[in-house]
Write a protein that binds this ligand. Structure first.
Ligand SMILES: Cc1ncc(COP(=O)(O)O)c(C=O)c1O
Length: 368
């Protein structure tokens, strides 16, 4: 029988934006010994989160659905950010929220603008809902607000995506630059500001929140600094009228109960963010020092990874494969000119030491 897929689905390749490390491990036949490629946290959960989940399991096991309104978490987030609860929608991570956003705002053929080589999961959703993607190049190693604005105006785009800090380069734009972009958005165009790495910004800080502006959505996650990537929980902040749209289409029980409880407990842990930020800063410094020692340029990072320049895509690909064979999982930018970089995640000391050993050996053998 031919399956009655919609024409849109029929035209899509069966693909995922990223090959998961587990898939690679199955191919290799062994687990990775250093998992530095998915920008996950190497520094665990808040103790308060662990205790809260333990208590919850004692009460109900995992037999209860989560609160479909995410009330307690939204209430705490609203106090932390100084915005209304009605300005916040919680779902199963930024990835899920990006999918909902595209579903809510894009009809087949609508124009959407992003940067060439930027976060691919967003593109995956745009393709999945039939949007027309337009890409602009990075300027140096930054996403380029001027080019994004120009393209959005030219194509009458309904959405423009900017990740700040950026993945895969780790760079960030100043609050003033982002604010100036917000002020010049073309009418009818909404900026999706993906701030998955906001907690790691040191030199810069996020642009101020303004929930009166229906043209901006701000995406945050518990996957990175809070160490909860496997639990799938994140949130979006925006104007009440836009946020209310999410409530028309979201899966009300998508967020698991333990994730809700762990996220809420993590936000009460005053030690968590300073501790993890310091560990990430130290880890970035170790990668900067290594790059300097090996005379490889690298980019100052506002995230939990550092982009290291190998000078050629060929060498970067070769080292990536070699590291993988040696049990070190990394990823790299795929699109020129950034495909000559390796994206090195901040890991534990053991993971970092293993990476250093294998990377140095691989580099020496390659240039010999
Ligand atoms: C820019 C960016 N946005 C979103 C995500 C995914 O966030 P979440 O785990 O909340 O879906 C990532 C993860 O690597 C990311 O790099």
């Amino acid at each position: 029988m031919s399956i009655p897929f919609t024409p849109l689905v029929q035209a899509l390749p069966a693909s995922v934006p990223f090959t998961g490390p587990e898939t690679l491990e199955r191919r290799l036949g062994a687990p990775f010994r250093a998992r530095l490629g998915a920008n996950e946290s190497a520094f665990g959960l808040s103790e308060l989160a662990i205790q809260a989940m333990h208590d919850q399991i004692g009460i109900s096991g995992c037999s209860w659905y989560g609160d479909p309104e995410n009330h307690q978490l939204r209430s705490r987030l609203s106090r932390i950010h100084g915005i209304g609860m009605e300005n916040i929608c919680v779902d199963a991570g930024i990835d899920a929220l990006l999918g909902l956003t595209v579903r809510m705002l894009i009809q087949p053929g609508d124009a959407v603008v992003t940067s060439l080589g930027a976060y691919p999961t967003f593109n995956y959703h745009v393709n999945g809902f039939g949007g027309q993607l337009h890409t602009v190049p990075y300027a140096d190693h930054h996403e380029d607000p001027e080019a994004l604005l120009e393209s959005a105006a030219r194509h009458k785009a309904r959405l423009v995506y900017l990740s700040n800090p950026d993945n895969p380069m780790g760079t960030s734009l100043s609050a003033d630059t982002v604010q100036s972009m917000i002020e010049r958005l073309p009418a009818g165009c909404i900026l999706l500001l993906d701030e998955a790495y906001a907690e790691f910004m040191t030199d810069q800080h996020p642009a101020p929140l303004n929930m009166d502006n229906p043209q901006v959505l701000r995406f945050r996650t518990f996957s990175k600094a809070y160490g909860m990537a496997g639990m799938r929980i994140g949130y979006v902040m925006g104007h009440v009228d836009v946020i209310s749209g999410f409530n028309r289409i979201r899966n009300h029980f998508a967020v698991n109960r333990l994730a809700q409880i762990a996220a809420d407990a993590s936000l009460q842990d005053d030690e968590m963010l300073p501790r993890v930020s310091q560990l990430v800063s130290d880890g970035r410094q170790r990668i900067y020092d290594l790059a300097e020692k090996l005379q490889l340029p690298c980019l100052p990072s506002s995230t939990n990874f550092v982009a290291v320049d190998l000078g050629s895509a060929e060498l970067a690909n070769h080292l990536l494969q070699r590291l993988e064979q040696a049990g070190v999982f990394l990823r790299k930018p795929m699109v020129p000119p950034h495909d000559r970089f390796l994206r090195v995640g901040v890991g534990t000391s053991d993971e970092h030491d293993l990476f250093v050993r294998e990377f140095q050996t691989g580099l020496e053998q390659s240039v010999r």
